[in-house]
Design a protein around this ligand. Structure first.
Ligand code: NI
Length: 190
């Protein structure tokens, strides 16, 4: 089995590399917040607001020690994701994608993952080994990324969020039930 910690990454396209410019740390929505379960809408135009939101998403991802974040995780039900698999310590490969879709997927690997919206939950799920993802960058340019390893897994995880699919939806009933009880217990705490 491959865990996210030891997969290597190869990214074939560069124009999406960006650096965050300021931005705010926004509160993260955690399961079972209904915003996480809905289908996100297409971003029609990259406005100033969308650009500001993308900045905030990157800043929030870094502050939360994450390597990926999808817009619904900060309460916006729109198709936008940020990933940086050089993180969480480095900030060298930020990719912001608007309206990303998986165009092609190949192979199958076991991937052990966590999610910022599912605190203290980890699960091993099946992912494609190689993906081709198409979307737009913040300049409105068409972007195509071919990825394997950690980047491929991370892109699949974040794009799942845009369909309202979380890791917890991909595990068995027993594991899901255990987590539901854990969260219910925590919610009861004063
Ligand atoms: Ni997640």
């Amino acid at each position: 089995m491959v865990t996210v910690a030891d997969m290597d990454t190869e990214q074939t396209l560069e124009p999406t590399l960006e650096r965050p410019l300021g931005g705010n740390v926004l509160p993260l929505c955690t399961w079972p917040d209904p915003v996480l379960g809905g289908e996100c809408t297409t971003v029609e135009a990259v406005t100033e607001d969308i650009m500001a939101l993308a900045r905030d998403m990157a800043t929030t991802m870094y502050a939360s020690q994450g390597i990926g974040l999808a817009a619904p995780q900060i309460g916006h039900s729109i198709r936008m994701i940020v990933v940086d698999v050089s993180g969480p310590d480095k900030r060298e490969q930020l990719i912001t994608l608007v309206n990303p879709v998986i165009e092609q997927a190949q192979g199958c690997i076991d991937s052990e993952e966590g999610c910022l919206s599912l605190p203290q939950f980890r699960a091993t799920v099946e992912r494609a080994e190689i993906v081709r993802v198409r979307g737009q960058d913040l300049q409105g340019n068409e972007v195509c990324i071919e990825a394997d390893g950690l980047l491929a897994v991370c892109l699949q995880h974040e794009i799942d969020h845009l369909q309202g699919t979380l890791l917890i939806d991909k595990v068995g009933r027993l594991k899901r039930g255990m987590y539901e009880r854990k969260i219910a217990k925590r919610a009861k705490r004063p």
